[in-house]
Ligand binder design. Structure first.
Ligand code: SF4
Ligand code: SF4
Length: 376
C-alpha cells in the first residue's frame, strides 16, 4: 500500500494535535522544562520546543536558542518513551482485609487510554521495537506494557540536528525512520519552513487527511533527503559495532574494566535514561495495622548491589563487575538473548553520566588492545 507524500506548514502541527486529541488519544511530545527538552502531555503544538536546541557532550547538556523557529531542531533529552510504555512505578495489586478478616487481593486495572507520541526519533523507534521483543514477543507477555503499547499512534521525526553524543549511524538505527510509524515528519528549514509528511499506515493517512497540506514536489523530497543526509554526516560519535559481541566475550578480563570502575559511581543514571534498559524489581508494603497491602513494580538497575542479590549475597559485588555486566549485556549477550544489540546509539548514557563515561570510548579502548589480555 502506498500513500501520497505531502507537505504541511508548521502551523498544521496544531491541527495534528487537535485531530489526535479529538480521536481520544493522550498526546505526548517534546517540550522544554527544567532546562531540558523532555516528553510530556501536549495540549497544543505551541508547547513544542519552538526555536530551541541543545548542546550535548559527555556529562554535559545545555539548552540553547536557535536562530529559527524549528519545532524539532534538537536530538533527544533525558526522557525516552519508555517512561510511558514501561513507567518507573506501576502498582500491580492491592489487598484489603474484608469483614471476615480475610485478605482480598485486587489486580490493578490496566490504563487503556490510547497514547499518541509526537516526535519519535528513528533510534527511539528501534528502542521501542527492542522492548516489544522483550515484553511482547517472548514466552511471557507483559500485560501492562501490552495495554500501553496497543494502538498507540506514532508520529516519527527524521533528524536534521544530531546531538554531540549521537551514534545511530554506527548502530544502523537512524537518522531516518524506516518503519514502525503512522506518520513520519521531516522538518525543512531551507527556503520555506515546512514539513514533509510520509505515511506509514492507513490510520496515519486518515489523520493526515484532516490537515491542511499539499502534495510533495521533487524539490521537497530532495530538501528533506538533504536534511537527513546532513544529520548522518554530523554524528557526534562513531562506534565500530559489527563484532562487539565477540570482542567483549574474549576481553572479559581486560584491565580497562578496572580502569573504568575507578571512575564509575555505579549511580545507575545510564540505565535510567537508556531507552532499552528494562530491569525492574517489585516492592511490597503494608499499613501498620495490617489491614491493607500493595505491590508495586519499580525501575531498577544492574548497577545496584541489591539487584544481583541472590541466596548468600550479591553476585556482582564490585563496581567493576556491575559496569562489565551492563556493557557486555547491552552490546554483547543481548544479541544471544534478543537477536539484536541492546544499544540504539541515542547517546543518552554518555550525556547523562555524571562523570562522563562514554560507551564509545570504553569499547574503543578495549578494541585497541583486543587479545592482549585475558581470554582469546
Ligand atoms: S557509567 Fe556513569 S551513569 Fe552509569 S553507573 Fe557509572 S557513573 Fe553512573
Ligand atoms: S546504551 Fe547508551 S547510547 Fe545505547 S541506547 Fe542505551 S542510552 Fe542510548
Amino acid at each position: 500500500m502506498s500513500f501520497e507524500t505531502s507537505v504541511i506548514g508548521p502551523a498544521a502541527l496544531e491541527a495534528l494535535v487537535d485531530s489526535l486529541r479529538a480521536r481520544g488519544y493522550r498526546v505526548l511530545g517534546p517540550t522544554t522544562r527544567d532546562g531540558a527538552i523532555v516528553y510530556d502531555d501536549l495540549a497544543s503544538a505551541t508547547e513544542l520546543p519552538i526555536g530551541w536546541t541543545e548542546s550535548q557532550e559527555a556529562a554535559t547538556y545545555r539548552l540553547e536558542r536557535r536562530d529559527d523557529e524549528a519545532r524539532f531542531g534538537f536530538a533527544v533529552g533525558p526522557h525516552s518513551w519508555k517512561q510511558f510504555l514501561l513507567p518507573a512505578r506501576v502498582r500491580l495489586w492491592q489487598a484489603r482485609r474484608n469483614g471476615d478478616g480475610e485478605l482480598e487481593v485486587e489486580e490493578e486495572g490496566l490504563d487503556e487510554t490510547p497514547l499518541a507520541f509526537i516526535g519519535v526519533r528513528s533510534c527511539e523507534l528501534h528502542a521501542i521495537s527492542i522492548q516489544d521483543r522483550v515484553f511482547l514477543e517472548g514466552s511471557y507477555v507483559e500485560r501492562d506494557y501490552a495495554a500501553r503499547r496497543s494502538d498507540d499512534f506514532v508520529v516519527a521525526v527524521n533528524c536534521f540536528e544530531p546531538g554531540g553524543t549521537c551514534f545511530c549511524v554506527s548502530m544502523g538505527t537512524g537518522p531516518k525512520a524506516e518503519a514502525g510509524y503512522d506518520l513520519a515528519l521531516t522538518e525543512i528549514l531551507d527556503g520555506e519552513h515546512r514539513l514533509l509528511v510520509e505515511v506509514g499506515t492507513e490510520r496515519g493517512a486518515d489523520v493526515l487527511g484532516e490537515l491542511p497540506r499539499r502534495a510533495a514536489a521533487e524539490s521537497d523530497l530532495a530538501a528533506a533527503a538533504a536534511a537527513v543526509d546532513g544529520a548522518a554526516a554530523r554524528m557526534g560519535r562513531q562506534l565500530e559495532s559489527g563484532d562487539l559481541r565477540d570482542l567483549l566475550q574474549r576481553n572479559l578480563e581486560h584491565p580497562r574494566w578496572d580502569e573504568v570502575a575507578e571512575r564509575c559511581l555505579t549511580c545507575g543514571n545510564c540505565t535510567m535514561v537508556c531507552p532499552t534498559c528494562f530491569c525492574t524489581s517489585v516492592e511490597d508494603t503494608s499499613d501498620l495495622a495490617g489491614e491493607s497491602a500493595e505491590r508495586v513494580r519499580l525501575w531498577d538497575s544492574c548497577y545496584s548491589v541489591d539487584y544481583s542479590h541472590i541466596h548468600g549475597g550479591a553476585v556482582r559485588p564490585t563496581g567493576r563487575s556491575r559496569y562489565r555486566q551492563w556493557l557486555t549485556h547491552k552490546f554483547g549477550t543481548w544479541h544471544d538473548q534478543f537477536g539484536t544489540s541492546g544499544c540504539v546509539g541515542c547517546g543518552r548514557c554518555i550525556t547523562w553520566c555524571p562523570v562522563g563515561i562514554d560507551v564509545t570510548e570504553e569499547l574503543g579502548a578495549i578494541r585497541a588492545t583486543d587479545g592482549a589480555h585475558g581470554h582469546d
